[in-house]
Design a protein around this ligand. Structure first.
Ligand code: GLN
Ligand code: ZN
Length: 768
């Protein structure tokens, strides 16, 4: 029979129980014992759900109070010295509070210390804590949590498979710094890491665990030769452990690592055939006759219901060739999708019938395995029927396919993705139109989202505040924000975005083709969850979205008010996107809707419009070879949104980072008149990117780190801008913070902006 399992399951709970409990613990409202009990209940419920759905193994090891990569660091005793945990490591039991201090810098007990760095996990929106590595580092088994969880699952009577980040991927995700601050070879630490993995595997075997899944996601990326060799070395060593290893590769194809992966001495291989369907054949041809192949056929990265009948057909050959050595799985951990569709009682029934969240994907996985065996129950056969009917209705649904969108898409011409004149000519027209001083000052868009603003929005959403009253409150706020910017002397003010809860949700709610869930939470990092919208159909803008706010703000000042939009790539990247057409097609549809908004803003008298693209860089594919293809359409979509305006209308864009070195040409190809970026924390990185490439347009290298409550000093900001002036002509430099101000308070913002304006004045005195 075909075995069914998942690579991992969300741990947050259908009602974000884990978030609430963990935060309550941090605040001192519950003690550790109570928190541990809630964690155990969630695990037990998740395993029960897996069994109830008919999976043959439950996955243990996917639970973490904060992050699963952090938990492996703790398991290996890789706790940086500043957390003072030598004794805990030596004792073999790192305290929960130590892990929390690594994650957040503080915990109910223990001294505060600088938190570990957090960054995005491969190409997901999940953030992990970066393992901190140093030369000569020692490792030691330093936690019994995993083993306790195995006992828990076994006492509950479940057949257990353990899942754990693999040793190479853990090192791959880590950052190695020597005392001198330079990078060192992380692979030098491999042997020490493997010692602990061997010990872990032995202990698991002693507990009666048969299968251990080692997640080696690094295998779907471009690996240097030394790393491929390290894979061979590592798995030859782990081979001796008395358990069966399932080597898991998720999020993409094995590509040029395929021979490496199929050749490693493990008992099983997991591949992702959602992202990389073509690799199934190649792997089938190469797999040794004793190995298990776990086929990740149920999409763990998106919310669409699976076409079980189609999958049965596609996998029939694999079933025939592998017999019982075929396993059926999700493509990756279900951590990346919401927990349970059953909670969505307000979603319209038709749309609901097209979706599957984590709980539903358990059923799909089990049903597919049994279908392939020809032993599906009547209920499962019904499920296949129902899925086919739902998918048929999805394919044919008129609201997915709007003829006016198809027509417009077909009519896009080269002229639509080009401004009328080159930047040099536009700059002259804009200067006439805007009359800005040298080193003009502006901000990135949002101003503090005060408690009053949030209370107003809550009241409005709860129906306690009428639409008129809510809009009036927001206008009052806009008037306050504009007056404050006038008083500060900001040259290009913004309206402050008080009416926006979130930069994606705000636009998604006003566009056809988007749907919103009530409980579709996905873990972003730690206890922070996000609720990505679902982009299900052709995108249409039924009415202007931001014009009345910008128009009102402009009516309050003679200075040029900057309009504010979220860009097409970011609206795509931070949503669950339809899978029935290429992502670039969907992105182009969003770009067309935004283009209309840009043109409407111009017609309403807005002379500068910012189109934010903070997610442009994170959309980069996992393989270098695919970067350019992505960048080409991403740039084209931005230009499609931006190019409908006259020369004198100034287009800005903003990105929350400055790592442009490897994509600088695409950034330039956006052809935004002004780009504002983050550089305040690393003045040097800006210089790096501009070393070999002369950025052609205007740029505002953020001079003030909004992530810090500190008030930046005038001299410091002047010095930063002087550095920038070494690379970029002063006529093309802007002075601005490095991101939006919505998370800050006015008490910090006012003096900081006052200093920023003062810095600009000093720069004008020097360069004017
Ligand atoms: N305009 C947005 C703001 O100021 C930009 C946010 C972002 O870059 N993530 O909040
Ligand atoms: Zn930003």
């Amino acid at each position: 029979m075909t075995l069914a399992h998942v690579i991992g399951y969300p741990r947050i709970g259908a009602d974000r129980e884990l978030k609430r409990a963990t935060e309550a613990y941090w605040q001192g409202d519950i003690d550790q014992q109570a928190l541990e009990a809630i964690g155990r209940d969630l695990r037990l419920a998740n395993w029960a759900a897996q069994r109830e759905a008919g999976l043959d193994l439950v996955t243990v090891g996917d639970f973490a109070f904060y992050d699963q990569v952090l938990d492996v660091s703790v398991l290996l005793g890789a706790v940086p010295a500043r957390f003072g945990a030598e004794e805990e490591v030596a004792r073999g039991e790192v305290a929960l509070d130590t892990a929390f201090r690594m994650a957040r810098g503080r915990a109910p007990s223990g001294e505060p210390a600088a938190a570990c760095e957090m960054t995005k996990y491969f190409d997901t929106n999940y953030h992990y804590l970066v393992p901190e590595l140093r030369p000569g580092q020692r490792f030691r088994l330093a936690s019994s949590r995993l083993f306790d969880q195995v006992d828990e699952a076994r006492s509950a009577g479940h057949p257990v498979k353990v899942a754990l980040t693999g040793p190479l991927t853990w090192l791959w995700l880590g950052k190695g710094r020597s005392d001198a601050g330079d990078d060192f070879d992380r692979l030098a630490l491999l042997d020490g890491v493997l010692d602990v993995y061997v010990e872990v595997l032995q202990r698991l075997a002693g507990q009666g665990v048969e299968w251990v899944q080692l997640d080696e996601t690094a295998l779907v990326q471009d690996l240097p030769l030394a790393w491929r060799q390290a894979f061979e070395r590592a798995y030859h060593r782990l081979q001796a452990a008395p358990v069966r290893l399932l080597l898991a590769s998720c999020f993409g194809g094995l590509g040029d690592n395929l021979s490496l992966a199929v050749g490693l001495p493990v008992e099983g291989l997991h591949i992702d055939v959602v992202r990389a369907p073509a690799q199934l054949e190649a792997v089938l041809d190469r797999l040794l006759p004793h190995k298990v192949l776990s086929v990740g056929a149920i999409d763990g990265r998106n919310v669409w219901r699976a076409d079980l009948a189609l999958l049965r057909e596609r996998l029939a050959t694999a079933r025939m060739r592998l017999g019982e050595r075929l396993w059926i799985a999700t493509s990756c951990s279900l951590l990346h999708v919401p927990v349970d569709l059953a909670a969505e009682t307000t979603l319209d029934a038709e749309l609901g019938s097209w979706l599957a969240f984590a709980r539903q994907k358990l059923d799909e996985t089990a049903a597919l395995a049994r279908l392939l065996d020809g032993r599906a129950t009547a209920a499962e056969r019904d499920r296949v029927e129902a899925a086919s009917r739902a998918l048929q209705s999805r394919r044919e649904a008129p609201r997915l396919h709007r003829p006016e969108v198809a027509e417009r898409m077909a009519g896009i011409t080269a002229a639509d993705i080009r401004r009328r004149s080159p930047f040099a000519e536009r700059a002259v027209a804009q200067q006439r139109h805007l009359a800005l001083p040298l080193f003009p000052t502006t901000t990135i868009g949002s101003f503090p989202q005060t408690a009053e603003i949030r209370a107003d929005r809550r009241a409005f959403k709860a129906g306690e505040l009428s639409c008129e009253a809510y809009e009036a409150r927001m206008r009052e706020e806009i008037a306050r924000v504009v007056a404050r910017q006038e008083a500060l002397g900001i040259d290009m003010p913004v309206h402050g975005e008080p009416e926006r809860n979130d930069m994606v949700e705000y636009f998604g709610e006003q566009l056809d083709g988007y749907a919103f869930t009530r409980f579709g939470w996905v873990q972003s990092y730690g206890t922070r969850c996000v609720k990505p919208p679902i982009l299900f159909g052709d995108v249409v803008r039924p009415a202007a979205m931001t014009v009345r706010w910008s128009e009102y703000a402009q009516s309050l000042t003679a200075r040029p008010m900057k309009g504010m939009l979220t860009g097409p790539v970011t609206l795509l990247q931070w949503s669950f996107v339809r899978d029935d057409q290429p992502r670039e097609t969907t992105c182009r549809q969003i770009a067309l809707a935004l283009r209309d908004e840009v043109v409407d803003l111009e017609a309403a008298g807005i002379r500068a419009i910012q189109i934010d693209e903070p997610a442009l860089r994170e959309g980069l594919p996992l393989r270098r070879a695919e970067w350019q293809g992505y960048l080409d359409w991403a740039v084209e979509c931005f230009r499609l949104a931006a190019s409908g305006v006259r020369d004198e209308t100034q287009i800005h864009t903003h990105m929350c980072y400055s790592e442009f070195n490897d994509i600088i040409e695409s950034i330039a190809a956006l052809d935004a008149d002004v780009i504002t970026i983050e550089t305040s924390r690393s003045a040097m990185e800006l210089l790096d990117a501009f070393q070999d490439f002369a950025y052609p347009n205007a740029i505002g290298p953020g001079v003030y780190d909004i992530h810090s409550p500190n008030i930046p000093e005038v001299a410091w900001m002047v010095a930063l801008m002087e550095k920038a002036a070494e690379r970029i002509p002063v006529e093309r430099l802007w002075v601005n913070p490095d991101c939006g101000l919505k998370t800050r308070g006015w008490a910090e913002v006012e003096p900081a902006l006052a200093n920023m304006v003062e810095a600009a004045r000093e720069l004008r005195r020097r360069h004017g």
